[in-house]
Design a protein around this ligand. Sequence first.
Ligand SMILES: *[C@@H]1O[C@H](CO)[C@@H](O)[C@H](O)[C@H]1NC(C)=O
Length: 366
Amino acid sequence: MSTTGLALGCLFFVIASASAQYFELKNVNQLAEAKKFQKIVIRDLQVPSGVTLDLTNLKDGTTVEFAGKVTFGYHEWRGPLVKISGKKLNIYGYDYARFDGEGHRYWKGGRNTKLVKPRFLEAIKVDDSRISNLYFKNSPAMAFLCNWCHNVAISKITVDNKDAGDGRAGRAFNTDGISLGYATNITVRDSYVFNQDDCFVTGGGSDMTIDNLICEGGNGISVGSLGRGADVVRLTIKNSKVINSLTGLNIKTETNAVGLHRDVTFENIELRDIHQYGISIHGNEGPTYPLGDPTYFIIDRLTMRNIRGTMKGPGAANVWIWLHPNSATNWKWENVHVTGGKSAMFKYVLTCKGIPANLKIPCAEK
Ligand SMILES: *[C@@H]1O[C@H](CO)[C@@H](O)[C@H](O)[C@H]1NC(C)=O
């Protein structure tokens, strides 16, 4: 009896320790040791001020599990507060886990602040990986970025800056929600952003699909241009909502930007209570916006399909298009209904140009 009991006990011990092949990070000084493991667990962690929670150069196939609250000491710097790189990673959080940026420490001064504020989490050169269920509370500046990422499935990202109030308060200026730069083959699903800047933004990348994104309080969904030759190619944004935001959908290229947009599709989108522009497509982002001349920039095969929207106040444009006459080629504009805005009451006198001749797009209705 006792021999059997002992044997079973040993067996149990071996199994338990085999399954405990993870490192529980309690202190950022342990990062080098943690990175030797295939799995890193982070429960409650206080990251000292001016230090990045540096999860770069993880071993291929590493799992990082967030299972508590991660907070950061106050420091005026560009961050990021958390940085991740590696291949075949599985990065996820439990439902109760939080990254708390305690953004209120940085928000005072709003748009006019001179504070240098840290970006929150930057995934950089993350390949063939999954990132899911991360909750960012009160981001000091941009919340979630994936730059030079390839083949990454991103889901259930929450950016919760509700404590800053809605966008017109302007407190949490520059708190872009989800941002993809120079990324390829990325999906972003089932995510929610309440912030005071772009909800989703990309300025360059290809094969990106955004599905079921809900945006509230900020500047809406933005396809920009990084200029300097960055292209946005094969981007689809679908089954999404923008609520109580400054702009609904925003396609903006900078004055003198070099690059192109091709095969960008917005499909099945609801815009509700939008303040300034339901859909804005303009080629003069920068110092001369909104009245300066738009620069030539190819926007080829843009599709807008099944888009419903209501504007909040009358001093707004349902749709505003302001492009160089040769910019727009091969557009589709199907079943788009944005209503309630009267641009005559807007603070600038808006007119439209560059709308493809074959499309009847009501624009900047007075
Ligand atoms: C795109 O990324 C997914 C992972 O999200 C991967 O399964 C798929 O094979 C990738 N596609 C290509 C063409 O690399």
